[in-house]
Design a protein around this ligand. Structure first.
Ligand SMILES: [Zn+2]
Ligand SMILES: [Zn+2]
Length: 137
C-alpha cells in the first residue's frame, strides 16, 4: 500500500509541474488515500466516486489500459491488483446536474501515464485519438 501510494505521489509530483493539468475530475481510484495537500487539487463528484460505476466499467473493459494495454498486476503482482485509473470521457464542465453516468460509454480504464496524456488538451483527447498518436512512435 505504501509503495502504491508513493508511486501515485510521484505521479502527482510530475503532474504538479504542469499546473493546468492538475485537476483530474475523473480519477476515481478509491484505493488511494490522498494526502491533505493533494486532495485539494482533485475534484470529484458523486458519480465519479461511485464504486458501482467503476466496478461496472472494469467488468466490461477489464483492468488493462485501453490505450496501451498496460496491466498493473502483470508488472507489479499483488501490489498492482485491481489498480487502474478510470477516465471519465465526458468533460465534467459540459454536463449538468441531472447527468447520470453510463459506466460503459462514459468511463474507460486507463493507466496513469495514458491518463495524463489524455488530459494534455481540454477537452481531453479521446482514447482513439491517443492510440493513433501513440502508433506514430
Ligand atoms: Zn496506458
Ligand atoms: Zn481523465
Amino acid at each position: 500500500m505504501n509503495k502504491q501510494r508513493s508511486i501515485y505521489e510521484n505521479f502527482l509530483e510530475i503532474v504538479d509541474k504542469e499546473p493546468e493539468l492538475t485537476v483530474y475530475p475523473d480519477d476515481i481510484d478509491d484505493s488511494i488515500t490522498y494526502s491533505e495537500g493533494k486532495a485539494k487539487k482533485v475534484l470529484v463528484n458523486s458519480y465519479e466516486r461511485n464504486p458501482h460505476a467503476r466496478k461496472k466499467c472494469i467488468e466490461h473493459y477489464g483492468l488493462n489500459c485501453q490505450v496501451c494495454d498496460f496491466n498493473f498486476e502483470d508488472k507489479f503482482g499483488e501490489l498492482g491488483r485491481n489498480f487502474i485509473h478510470v477516465h471519465h470521457i465526458v468533460d465534467i464542465s459540459t454536463i449538468g446536474n441531472k447527468y447520470s453516468v453510463d459506466p460503459i460509454t462514459d468511463l474507460v480504464p486507463v493507466c496513469p501515464n495514458c491518463h495524463a496524456m489524455l488530459h494534455k488538451k481540454k477537452p481531453a483527447y479521446s482514447v482513439e485519438e491517443l492510440k493513433k498518436i501513440k502508433k506514430l512512435f
